[in-house]
Design a protein around this ligand. Sequence first.
Ligand SMILES: [Zn+2]
Length: 102
Amino acid sequence: MKNLTAEQKIRQRLTGDPYTDPNFQHDGIAITRWLTGGIAPSTHVNLQQKNDQIIAFCPQCGKELGQFDADYGYKTPEKIAKIREEGSKHQQQHLEESNQTP
Ligand SMILES: [Zn+2]
């Protein structure tokens, strides 16, 4: 077997192949964040970056709850507040649905 570089060895350990890129969790809808603090309602979301936007999804059903600029522009706090409002209303429905099942 020929010598592999350190990077190739790591790739091989992670993927079984020295030339394959491993799939890290941040590549997909896998980052769950609690949006909390202040007076706005708390909510939990999955964040995924798409071009210059970061999109927030409901972790339970995948519904889009809102988005904000990936460069965290000056309107970001306002947009996140909207996502929290939307998300907490939306997730309240999930709670009510699960309370209805016997
Ligand atoms: Zn949902």
